[in-house]
Design a protein around this ligand. Structure first.
Ligand SMILES: NC(=O)c1ccc[n+]([C@@H]2O[C@H](COP(=O)([O-])OP(=O)(O)OC[C@H]3O[C@@H](n4cnc5c(N)ncnc54)[C@H](OP(=O)(O)O)[C@@H]3O)[C@@H](O)[C@H]2O)c1
Length: 309
């Protein structure tokens, strides 16, 4: 599988509380984003029930079909939203997931958040039943801390299955998982980290540093987040300047350097799922897989991003 998958939250059609984070994208833009991803070597896609209550899943399946893809050509990860629900809802909602993603199978089904009304064991058992019944290929979790990861891993192991992945927030501007035990547990147990918001929602491109007013024109709550305010931008500016410096010497961009660091600093443990609202974003992001930073460059980036550990 490609080191980068496409994050499809942006395909939510601005529907619902979670989907309203991003502007609604026109179908032809979604189509081009998906086709550019495929053309750039991306072979897997991350979506979720919560992204527009299925709107993202449907848009993805439609775009892949229109691009001439058939079941088995690409891999798809989706998620069940556990908030205020019991484990039984995993089986009750799988029909919708399969319908919205049709004709593509669900290669990875993830528990989106740790906050369910049932135990981790019950949720993992429901997921394991879906694997047994051939409805999903594998099981992952998201936003789980190290203790929860271990519980999920043990519950699945009892069913003869691996916990394939933990999807967590991870970028050069948020390295919390390196200090809270999640990265260490992933390495120990052989669980892949799927890094979400790997560009810190666009910040690592440096465009908001160049033009801080840009964020005011974006829909959604990013404009209220401290890292997008002037003081937050000044805090991250030295890192952005260094990413640009390293990038210029290589003929690549700050975003590409940031993604490449994330994918290579911890070896094979980390995959990333940058999202896109423009075709140009994907064109740029796929380019992060075509080179490898040297040890000196990685160390310098490590040093400058340590304030975000
Ligand atoms: N499991 C979870 O709880 C969870 C949470 C969050 C996200 N996710 C997943 O992770 C994916 C990615 O996370 P994310 O969307 O939060 O953050 P991200 O990938 O860090 O940022 C995506 C945004 O950054 C901008 N961007 C992307 N590439 C760019 C480039 N090359 N140059 C300039 N700007 C660029 C675009 O924003 P503009 O439109 O402003 O330009 C884009 O919408 C999501 O699509 C979703 O699948 C999962």
């Amino acid at each position: 599988m490609s080191a980068i998958g496409l994050g499809c939250w942006q395909f939510s059609q601005a529907r619902g509380f979670i989907g309203g984070f991003w502007e609604a994208l026109a179908p032809d833009v979604v189509q081009k984003i998906v086709e550019t991803s495929l053309g750039g070597g991306i072979d897997w896609f991350d979506t979720a029930e919560a992204y527009g209550n299925g709107a993202s899943e449907q848009a993805l399946a439609q775009a892949l079909t229109q691009a001439g893809k058939r079941p088995g050509d690409v891999r798809i990860a989706t998620k069940w939203m556990p908030v205020l629900r019991r484990a039984s809802s995993i089986k009750a909602t799988i029909g919708d997931r399969l319908k919205f993603l049709s004709p593509f199978p669900i290669d990875l089904h993830q528990v989106h958040q740790p906050y369910a009304l049932s135990s981790i064991e019950s949720q993992m058992n429901a997921m394991a039943d879906l694997v047994r019944d051939g409805k999903i290929g594998a099981v992952g979790v998201s936003n789980y801390n190290a203790t929860r990861m271990r519980k999920a891993h043990a519950a699945l192991k009892a069913r003869g299955l691996p916990l394939v992945s933990n999807q967590v927030k991870y970028s050069l501007l948020d390295r919390t998982i390196e200090s809270n035990g999640v990265m260490a547990a992933a390495k120990e147990l052989g669980i892949t980290i799927i890094a979400y918001s790997p560009l810190e929602q666009g910040l690592l491109s440096g465009k908001f540093h160049d033009d801080p007013k840009l964020i005011q024109g974006r829909v959604g709550p990013r404009k209220l987040m401290p890292q997008f305010r002037q003081s937050g931008l000044e805090r991250s500016r030295p890192l952005i300047d260094e990413l640009r410096k390293i990038g210029q010497a290589r003929g690549v961009t700050a975003s590409q350097v940031a993604l490449n660091w994330l994918l290579t600093f911890h070896g094979e443990t980390v995959m990333a799922i940058p999202g896109a609202t423009r075709v140009g974003h994907v064109e740029e992001n796929v380019g992060s897989m075509g080179f490898e930073l040297n040890a000196q460059e990685k160390a310098k980036i490590d040093e400058l991003s340590r304030p975000f550990l």
